[in-house]
Design a protein around this ligand. Sequence first.
Ligand SMILES: Cc1cc2nc3c(=O)[nH]c(=O)nc-3n(C[C@H](O)[C@H](O)[C@H](O)COP(=O)(O)O)c2cc1C
Length: 176
Amino acid sequence: MAHATRQARQSIDVAGFRTALSSFATGVAIVSTSAPNGEPVGVTINSFASVSLAPPLVLWNIARSALSHHIFVGARYFCINVLAMHQQQLSITFAKTGADKFSGLNCGTGVGGVPKLPEFAACFECETEHRHEGGDHTIIVGRVLAFEDRKTDPLIFYRGRFLRKGGPYPEDGPQA
Ligand SMILES: Cc1cc2nc3c(=O)[nH]c(=O)nc-3n(C[C@H](O)[C@H](O)[C@H](O)COP(=O)(O)O)c2cc1C
């Protein structure tokens, strides 16, 4: 039985697995924090999930290969900025490794002094509660210390594309 399980694991087709995962429609968020040198750091994610109401916990994950991995793993505070429908371009900017992501953004200040985007659908200001190994990602669990809900329509990501009311945008969506 153990042998059969191992065989099944080995036969997982990574591309097909990734495509199947993309059938789960998600929102999109930018997680922001400050590097030890004070520089703002941010990354586009769709791995955000609620965990617990009491205490208020949320999670997301960061790829070990991300330039900002070590910064987020070491960060005490971070903001999860859930993007509004009109923020598709910003999500693409924050998905580019090494880009000058905060250029032109007039950020506010979240808990612990970390940057908080000027616009969002909702923002969760968090203190890191746990870090877990998650294969090629690190899972970060945050305790929500404050939040703001602007009750605007969210940006939605589904099968590698952004959605708008009435259907998908044409071709140019990034791959998660
Ligand atoms: C819609 C979308 C969702 C994404 N979700 C995640 C995620 O949950 N975790 C992650 O590590 N990267 C995710 N990415 C990829 C990162 O945004 C991308 O690798 C980014 O360049 C990392 O930034 P850095 O290398 O400057 O740290 C996502 C990208 C997109 C477009």
